[in-house]
Design a protein around this ligand. Structure first.
Ligand code: NDP
Length: 323
């Protein structure tokens, strides 16, 4: 089959396109999916670089959608021909992927395969961040970093739909426009403006209830300074690099703050919770409450270009590889 393979960690050049990889056979409790589309996510970059460890060689990609092509022994929950999507199982940058059936969710009518692949990882992330890691309430004020990114645009919409006031950081005017369309009330161009000063000004010195930070190294510390007393820092990524170690006493001196470093896997570990989140996200898409921005689709052999674009901060919204 055609696939992308990584045989050593490194830059985008280690994403090798191969045409003669053996298609996976389904093991017990697995299904093999013929992919329509595979989602590109920042975690794919961390794994490619070696920041997150994966046994080499491997086929990258954590997210996809397509049709069940074969099922392994003991599988009764899906059948050949079912349309399914998943997040959190490695190997989607390929024509076929073997996925544990407990990770698969049905794609409802009214949602396309492309939307299915685009919504699973970033959509469920935006959902757990806004509904579970810190369940937002109407009238609260939030700071969303990288608000025009894949997760950022979805998180901004969900926070806006809940009735929260969203302060969004983005690097360019084009991204500012997209964040505003997604429902951001105020925009900070954090490459030019000091977001700490601006956020304090916008909140009249009160600070925000919660910061959703996926940028990490360059934003974390200042983010603590813009929280109200007993506010919540949800650090969910490190697109600019990992946050260096810090002294927990800082949390008390800055106002008895809370910090969490959540992962989607822990908010979709139970089958019930996975289905609840996927259904909620697909429901929002089908009803038009959540707009997916599929910014770019790349043919599978162009995975390197997709990674370069993502890392260069050129993208806003979702990137898909067409398998
Ligand atoms: P994005 O589309 O958000 O891309 C990353 C964005 O981060 C860029 O577009 C850019 O926006 C911003 N950024 C700021 N500084 C840098 C930098 N130095 N290099 C690159 N980008 C930078 O990616 P995703 O939506 O795929 O992922 C967003 C983040 O969420 C990632 O950190 C990812 O790891 C994390 N994540 C975490 C999950 C979890 O459960 N913990 C699950 C899913 C994603 P701008 O130009 O506006 O600054």
């Amino acid at each position: 089959m055609r696939a992308i393979q990584v045989r050593k960690t490194g830059g985008p050049e280690v994403l090798e396109f191969v045409e003669d990889l053996s298609a996976p056979e389904p093991k017990a409790n697995e299904a093999v999916i013929k992919l329509s589309a595979s989602g590109v996510n920042f975690i794919d970059v961390y794994q490619r670089e070696g920041r997150y460890k994966v046994v080499l060689p491997y086929v990258p990609g954590q997210e996809g959608a397509g049709v069940v092509n074969a099922v392994g022994p003991g599988v009764t929950t899906v059948r050949n021909g079912d349309r399914v999507a998943w997040a959190g199982s490695l190997g989607s940058y390929a024509e076929y992927a073997a996925v544990p059936v407990e990770r698969l969710v049905p794609i409802p009518g009214g949602v396309t395969d492309q939307q299915g692949a685009a919504a699973m990882l970033q959509g469920m992330t935006a959902h757990y961040l806004s509904h579970s890691a810190y369940p937002l309430k109407k009238g609260e004020t939030v700071l969303v970093h990288a608000a025009a990114g894949g997760v950022g645009l979805l998180l901004t919409q969900m926070a806006h739909n809940i009735g929260a006031c969203v302060i969004a950081t983005v690097s360019t005017e084009e991204k500012a426009k997209l964040a505003r369309e997604a429902g951001a009330d105020d925009i900070i161009l954090y490459a030019q403006q000091d977001f700490e000063e601006e956020t304090k000004r916008l909140t009249g010195g009160n600070g925000v209830d919660v910061v959703y930070d996926s940028v990490g190294k360059t934003t974390f510390e200042k983010g603590l300074n813009v929280l109200r007393p007993r506010g919540y820092m949800i650090l969910y990524g490190g697109s600019s690099g990992p946050v260096p170690p810090f002294d927990l006493i800082t949390l008390s001196t800055k106002g008895s703050l809370f910090v969490t470093r959540p992962m989607l896997a822990h908010y979709t570990a139970a089958r019930d919770e996975l289905l609840m989140r996927a259904e909620a996200v697909f429901g929002m898409i089908a009803s038009g409450k959540l707009k997916l921005r599929i910014e770019h689709t790349y043919p599978l052999p162009e995975a390197q270009r997709a990674h370069r674009d993502l890392e260069a901060r050129k993208t806003s919204g979702k990137l898909l590889l067409m398998t």
